[in-house]
Design a protein around this ligand. Structure first.
Ligand code: KIV
Length: 254
């Protein structure tokens, strides 16, 4: 698709019902993101989600996906530091979920884990820029790599991931000009979130773009629905119908 100049669409999903709709709507890639930690479980960060929980979410998504590629995030603590453990975690994801690929956050610092997973024939998607598993190192969710030193490190990390054999890279919340430069510097697709239009594809968190999450308003987020309001209206109507004895009606009982 990169070679054809065709943009790649990617969205997150964490459960069977949502994944089925997203797949049927024509998405290219579903990411079973560790943002499930925030969106599904209500944690403040992505750090608490476990490998077992990611496997549960990913298995549900894979059962729904008939046509798209399914990429599964490796959660915090399942791949950093020990490359043997990283490989074991990736193998569990592939065996127990049926997912097609894994995603890891980081560049040179996780080189050994990335390369070891690749040696097992498991496709790896990289993730650079704002990497939420490192939030306590960054201290904020603000735009990354605005300074030259961090920007240069990011470009060399992207080139390394390409050389290792990763099949794609996510770039999160970095200047659009830098993201475009990276997309031109590597042969593999670069998928952006808050990284401008000069990359090869875009990813958003499904619950954000559907307007289910309500308190999150970054500049890069385009909301396609206000589903939280629509759902509240529907639930309020149901409550009212039950209270007023309007529901169930004659034709809604046996
Ligand atoms: O977990 C996630 O949803 C992600 C995307 C923001 C790229 O990693």
């Amino acid at each position: 698709m990169k070679q054809r100049g065709e943009k790649i669409s990617m969205l997150t999903a964490y459960d069977y019902s949502m994944a089925k709709i997203v797949d049927q709507a024509g998405i290219d890639v579903i990411l079973v993101g560790d943002s499930a930690s925030n969106v599904m479980a209500g944690h403040e960060t992505t750090l608490p989600i476990t490998l077992d929980q990611m496997i549960y979410h990913a298995g549900s998504v894979v059962r729904a996906a008939q046509r798209c590629l399914v990429v599964v995030d490796m959660p915090f603590g399942s791949y950093q530091g020990n490359s043997k453990e990283a490989l074991n975690s990736a193998i569990r994801i592939m065996k127990e979920t049926g997912g097609h690929a894994v995603k890891l956050e980081g560049g040179k610092e996780i080189a050994e884990s990335t390369q070891r997973i690749l040696t097992a024939g498991i496709p790896v998607m990289g993730h650079l820029g704002l990497t939420p598993q490192s939030i306590y190192k960054f201290g904020t969710y603000q735009v990354r790599a605005k300074e030259q030193e961090e920007a240069e490190r990011l470009i060399s990390d992207a080139i390394l991931l390409d050389q290792y054999g990763c099949f794609a890279i996510v770039l999160e919340k970095i200047p659009a000009s830098l993201a475009e430069k990276v997309a031109k510097a590597v042969s593999i697709p670069v998928i952006g979130i808050g990284a401008g239009g000069g990359v090869d594809g875009q990813v958003l968190v499904l619950h954000d773009m559907l307007g289910i999450t309500q308190e999150f308003h970054p500049r890069f987020l385009r909301r396609y629905l206000n589903l939280a309001e629509q759902m509240k209206t529907a639930v309020a109507s149901y409550v009212s119908d039950v209270k007023s004895r309007d529901f169930p009606g004659e034709k809604e009982q046996y």
